[in-house]
Design a protein around this ligand. Structure first.
Ligand SMILES: [Zn+2]
Length: 448
């Protein structure tokens, strides 16, 4: 499967750039950014490529944009400290409002708090200027080759083995996130990065937040891209739990099987209609706790519809009974009755995915000197340290900005070679002018 998987990812070669081309690269080491290229990278400082060889001039890969969204721009660039290709995320207008500043701070802290194979790894933050000139943040993360959305819309085959390995890793990452007390709130195919060996990592914690039972009132409902939004959010619930992420996994599972978005409606009301078409009309008891009065009234006054869950078999003729059973447990109207992430991981459908993952993809199981694979005691670890969100009390964007500045400076102290943006690089002008998506390019939720 893994060889075939290489076909389904649009390969972005991991070869490194030739660092004597100082002017080509957006990133440079902060200590040397104003030095001449010759002084910076002499002939002896050539990096090694993936094969352990000194890279050739022809291996040069230009820094280039690879994605942009509502909150940031991402470029594939070269880390001058080791020649590795990394993802550079620019967060412009980071302090335009208290809400925006808090969101950025939350994302930075979460990415550095989490350490898990199925969560995108943050590598570094660029050294900020003096606080009076501090307007944007640059975050460096590991570079992945593709994402699940690109794979689903590509013509490459997706086998049942692929589905198992992808769903296993999504749930494995989510178990860790949820155990830290955090809800991701935007699980969708585009936020699930994938490499050619099928390794999957959850990214983009811009909408994630700590789940606190005491503050579960008036949580914003404008989370989760609409197609993957749980019915309790569509029904304007004022409270919700980590089960909203589980619903999103169900939608992605269905999409992997059929390669079509499972519930694709133009607005939240028609989105609910599509869910009712599949799950049937929920009972009054199932919706009262998690729906606003207006949404409950709308749903219950519609003609009653029976469950049509058997239609799930038509998503893919190769889907097994076990696959459809797990899918039907993820897509449950009442979040209290929806399967938990731990129970989902223990579902028989994922046994093969677990076995395969821990046979050749994970780093938690090791090869013994005798050449046999020694499995870990804990296939799906939890996060031992709860995520702390005390900074949420900061009440002005200036206060958050000062805290972020201090956070980054503290972070830099552990870093022997800080990085900064190289304004002399050929791509700099393009990078500096790349901006977030325009409003019309970002999906906007309709209201009831
Ligand atoms: Zn393992």
């Amino acid at each position: 499967m893994l060889n075939r998987s290489k076909e389904i990812v649009n390969n972005m070669s991991g070869r490194v750039a030739h660092l004597t081309d100082y002017h080509n690269h957006i990133l440079s080491t902060a200590h040397h950014s104003h030095n001449s290229p010759a002084a910076l990278y002499g002939p002896t400082s050539q990096p090694l490529n993936d094969n352990g060889d000194v890279s050739d001039k022809e291996d040069y890969q230009p820094d280039r944009p690879i994605g942009y969204g509502a909150f940031g721009v991402v470029w594939a660039v070269t880390d001058p400290r080791n020649g590795k290709r990394v993802a550079l995320k620019k967060l412009p207008n980071a302090f335009s409002s208290t809400v925006a500043a808090r969101r950025v701070f939350r994302e930075l802290r979460m990415l550095f708090h989490f350490r898990h194979e199925n969560i995108l790894k943050a590598i570094d933050i660029l050294q900020p200027p003096h606080i009076s000139l501090f307007h944007e943040i640059y975050l460096i993360c590991e570079l992945m080759q593709s994402d699940l959305h690109k794979i689903i819309v590509s013509p490459q085959p997706i086998s049942q083995d692929h589905v198992k390995i992808f769903i296993y890793q999504i749930l494995r990452g989510l178990k860790y996130i949820h155990s830290s007390g955090v809800i991701h709130r935007d699980i969708k195919p585009g936020n699930l990065l994938v490499n050619s060996n099928c390794a999957l990592k959850i990214c983009d914690f811009g909408l994630a937040r700590k789940l606190d039972p005491n503050t579960q009132v008036n949580m914003t409902r404008e989370v989760v891209t609409q197609y993957y939004r749980a019915p309790e959010l569509l029904a304007l619930s004022r409270i919700y739990t980590s089960a909203i992420d589980i619903w999103s996994v169900g939608c992605i599972f269905g999409e992997l099987l059929s390669r079509k978005i499972l519930f694709q409606a133009p607005g939240p009301i028609s989105q609910i209609d599509l869910i009712i078409d599949l799950l049937g009309t929920p009972s009054s008891a199932d919706i009262r706790k998690y729906a606003s009065d207006i949404a409950s009234t709308y749903i219950l006054k519609q003609p009653k519809k029976p469950s049509a869950l058997s239609a799930l078999y038509r998503l893919n003729s190769a889907a097994s009974n076990e696959a459809i059973h797990l899918l039907s447990r993820l897509l449950v109207w009442n979040p209290d009755k929806r399967i938990s992430v731990t129970d989902a991981l223990n579902h028989p459908f994922l046994d093969e995915g677990r076995l395969r993952y821990h046979s050749c993809m994970c780093t938690c199981c090791v090869i013994t000197p005798q050449g046999t694979r020694q499995h870990t005691n804990d296939f799906e670890p939890v996060c031992r340290v709860p995520f702390d969100d005390l900074y949420e009390d900061l009440t002005s964007s200036q206060a958050v900005k000062e805290s972020i500045h201090k956070y980054i400076m503290d972070h830099q102290r552990n870093n022997s070679v800080p990085l900064c943006i190289n304004s002399n690089s050929v791509a700099y002008k393009n990078f500096a002018s790349s901006t977030v998506a325009n409003a019309h390019e970002v999906s906007v939720s309709q209201v009831w």
